[in-house]
Design a protein around this ligand. Structure first.
Ligand SMILES: [Zn+2]
Length: 470
């Protein structure tokens, strides 16, 4: 079996072959740490976490090198620090810590490398210097700008044509720009803003240059896979390629883009109740709030329920469905636990194969349901060993999705303290008695008491399981 990935640049699915199977490199654009991440920001780290799990399974845990940067120099960070009257480092430290905490709730494995812009200023200045030496950038009024007309393949990733772009230009045209699409590599800092020394004066880097400089310094060129949200294709990733290629003197080489990243992957947009998330409509959902109110695994499952390249609409039905899916799968694991526990086993081939087909998570989820059904069948037939081995397969497949690793009893009673657990168990025992005595008024009374405790009871073939309704 082999891994096939959709490459944004070639606009087709391609069999993935790393440059060096002993050192598979992946870079995903990470957070700008000036505020809490919204749910749309959570989609790339979760999607690429599944990819990393799959790559590690195939090439070995130590053979994959995954970098996700932290943008800790940005106008929005400066604005927040000024507004709060706090040092910039306090703002970035606070929101980076919150980001990492939220990621761990989503079961996202931390990247191997998390380069920060403030730690790589020398590399950034060096790369800007190299681009200028190649004649692909120019200094003007304290700024350094990339000259887009100097790179023959500019627009290739996003499928844009530079002449059309110029004709339809709506970008801010600064008087010192030769071309409206020229973008900032370095700019002067205003009074009170953080700044670093450079041959072009005290200032700070533009956004795009940080990634191309840090990729080269931390992973080395070319990397195997570059990932991010689809909103980054243009201009961020288009500009990254231009910088990475031109710094090495390949501005006129039509094949040089492959010397930057060999595969480009982008996840689709996320909407909320069928609308674009925006501060003006007030429908921005912060990940930090979501994971306070429900298990992070439900959020993760919802993010993986659609194929990563498809748009995903975030709504209550999606969350209810994700919760119900996980309840069903954990229910199978709970049944196995009661019969002696899961027997370790490999993930089923069809689930692995689905993920190898450009991370087809909906098909993988369908595969997990088949395993859960097989477990139930085996236990119903009294074949405990098959049921328990099935549970091992389910857990192994769940691990590739970054889910199903909790204790199943803890999953269902999550949020309940010992006193509540004892009360619920006692009520369920009374309910069994009332039902077998056909005492329906008593059974109804118990049901009402359970729902007053915010407990949802799920009746299954071997009895009832329950969970707190959150
Ligand atoms: Zn980036």
């Amino acid at each position: 079996m082999s891994l096939t990935l959709h490459d944004t640049l070639r606009r087709e699915k391609r069999v993935f072959t790393p440059r060096d199977p002993a050192r598979v490199t992946l870079y995903v654009c990470g957070p700008t740490v000036y505020d809490y991440a919204h749910i749309g920001n959570a989609r790339p780290p979760v999607v690429f976490d599944v990819l990393v799990r799959l790559l590690r399974r195939q090439y070995g845990a130590d053979a994959v090198l995954y970098a996700r940067n932290v943008t800790d120099v940005d106008d929005k960070i400066n604005a927040k620090a000024t507004k709060e009257g706090t040092p910039i480092g306090d703002v970035t430290a606070r929101y980076e810590a919150a980001y990492l905490e939220d990621m761990s709730r989503l079961n996202v494995t931390p990247p191997d490398l998390a380069p920060h812009v403030t730690d790589h200023m020398d590399a950034i200045v060096r790369q800007i210097g190299a681009i200028m030496e190649q004649g692909c950038a120019y200094a003007a009024e304290g700024h350094v700008l990339f000259d887009v007309s100097s790179y023959d393949s500019y627009g290739r990733l996003s499928g844009r044509n530079l002449d059309d772009m110029i004709a339809g230009a709506r970008v801010e045209v600064a008087p010192y720009k030769k071309n409206p699409h020229d973008f900032v590599l370095w700019k002067p800092s205003k009074e009170g803003e953080p700044s670093w020394p450079s041959p072009w004066g005290e200032g700070r880097p533009g956004w795009h240059i940080e990634c191309s400089a840090m990729i080269e310094e931390t992973l080395g060129l070319p990397i195997d896979i570059h990932g991010g949200g689809i909103d980054l294709v243009f201009p961020h990733h288009e500009n990254e390629i231009a910088q990475g290629v031109c710094a090495h003197g390949h501005a006129h080489d039509p094949h040089a883009h492959a010397e930057y990243s060999r595969y480009w992957m982008h996840n689709g947009f996320l909407t909320v109740d069928a609308e674009k998330m925006s501060k003006s409509t007030g429908n921005v959902l912060l990940l930090h709030d979501l994971v306070q109110n429900m298990p992070g695994e439900v959020v993760r499952w919802a993010l993986l329920s659609a194929h990563y390249r498809q748009p995903l609409d975030w709504n209550q039905a999606l969350l209810d469905q994700s919760r119900a899916s996980l309840d069903r799968l954990y229910g199978a694991l709970q049944r196995a636990k009661a019969k002696g526990g899961a027997i370790p086993a490999d993930a089923p081939e069809d689930v692995v194969h689905s993920l190898e087909q450009d991370l087809n998570t909906p098909a993988a989820i369908a595969g997990l349901f088949s395993v859960a059904s097989a477990i139930e069948r085996a236990f119903n037939d009294g074949d405990n060993v098959t049921g328990r081995r099935g549970a091992g397969r389910l857990k192994a497949a769940g691990d590739l999705m970054g889910a199903l690793q909790s204790d199943p009893d803890a999953w269902f009673s999550d949020g309940a303290d010992d006193a509540l657990k004892a009360e619920v168990e006692a009520l369920l025992a009374e309910r069994v008695k009332a039902r077998s005595a056909k005492d329906w008024p008593e059974a109804d009374r118990i049901r009402d008491r359970l729902s007053a405790l915010d407990v949802v009871v799920m009746d299954g073939p071997t009895g009832a399981t329950w969970r707190i309704n959150r």
